[in-house]
Design a protein around this ligand. Sequence first.
Ligand SMILES: Cc1cc2nc3c(=O)[nH]c(=O)nc-3n(C[C@H](O)[C@H](O)[C@H](O)COP(=O)(O)OP(=O)(O)OC[C@H]3O[C@@H](n4cnc5c(N)ncnc54)[C@H](O)[C@@H]3O)c2cc1C
Length: 443
Amino acid sequence: MNTDFDCIVIGGGPAGMMAAARAGELGGRVLLLEKNRSLGRKLLLTGGGRCNVTNLQPDLHSLVGSYGRQGRRLYSVFAGFGPQDMLGFLRDSNVPTKVEAEGRAFPADDRADSVLNALVEYMKRSGVQVMTSTPVQGLQPPAKGSGLVVQCSGERQFYAPWVVLATGGFARPETGSTGDAIPWLEHLGHRIHHPEPILVPVTTRESWTADLMGISFPDAGLTVRGPDGRGLHTARGKLLFTHFGLSGPLILNASAEIKELAAQVREAAPLPKSLKAGGREAVESPQNGKTLYLELDLLPGEDWSRTDATLRQGCEQGGKRLVATVMAELLPPKVANRVCLQAGLPKDRRCSELSREERRRLAQGCHGLRLTYRGHLGADKAIVSRGGVDLEQVDFKTMESSVVPGLLLAGDILDFDRPSGGFSLQICWSTGWRAGERAAGMA
Ligand SMILES: Cc1cc2nc3c(=O)[nH]c(=O)nc-3n(C[C@H](O)[C@H](O)[C@H](O)COP(=O)(O)OP(=O)(O)OC[C@H]3O[C@@H](n4cnc5c(N)ncnc54)[C@H](O)[C@@H]3O)c2cc1C
């Protein structure tokens, strides 16, 4: 058994790399084990390849508040290494950053690999030994004494007084986050909350979203309506049309709520036999009319009567103008066409032929483009999944498990609800940093 290390980190994602580098920087002899051939595969996908690295909230209180009920546990780790510290780390690594809407921070060059390179360099400077293509197969306490034994393939074993478990959550398994550590943790006595994808794109019955694929609205409103048309949930944020339906932070952040409402509607209407629910399967709603409607406000900053007035002025510029042309001054042309269709207007309708009632319908359509909810994509397409180690069993001052001394936990393996917007990675940076400090005897 190899006993050369003070700390072994399992998992070369954002949390593991940060933990390893910090422990090494503080003088620990550190080994990082990663099963993929390369580090940070999921990190490279983040923010559509741009990496929304963190979120700048006005203060610590608002930051913690973004994580819901469990967020209070994060005060200490964020105070130790928060969003500004992460931006400072990137600046010192020659990766300037920029801040976009809603406090989302990105590398200025819009490249996730700049962030990955900064972490890899940090590990090099800190003397971390990295072994890729090395899947860990088990974790157990040694026959005698403290610390942990890490089991790799071919009877190869490593021992260290500290082990950081940073194997990730359950979303996007092709990147390596396949939940390998769950049976080990259960065996060691941890309570595990089983995976449930949150922050998942939504599919719609209407296939015309495919024509609008790639069109985004930086600010749109969403109203989720029940089968009877009653508003059940509202939200606002960035919207993206996709070939399967809807995505973007507006939809991702509302996805757990939509799923919950869809389940309530389904209870009122029995599931068709073929329908599979939960787990990694995509979830679909029944086709018998008992479903939800997703209404999009594409001009959320203004009242519909103002939109109506703008349309009237546009039409007054010339009776021969196509209504679609006037609409395209308000919305991207393809979306404008879709609103015209929803309002029951043919493509070639001229302004001179537009009745007052039709104009009202168009104005209302800009504030209520309607889609029928079909389901959610499966866990394989989730951005983040809920589930992981019960937070009661973790000491957030050190990131040490309260069940197994010497075991430190960081990143997505922890059962936090995270909104989209850089919040997920910030947990990785902060918990990784703290775990690294603990492994080096500093926390
Ligand atoms: C498409 C997409 C976009 C996202 N965009 C953003 C964003 O812009 N901003 C944001 O904040 N968050 C984003 N997230 C979430 C973010 O990527 C995760 O929160 C983050 O990657 C979690 O880091 P981690 O280190 O905990 O785990 P991971 O990144 O999952 O890394 C875990 C590592 O452990 C390795 N591993 C697993 N099992 C073993 C084993 N048995 N032996 C050895 N190694 C093992 C895996 O191969 C993997 O490399 C996004 C997620 C997805 C899927």
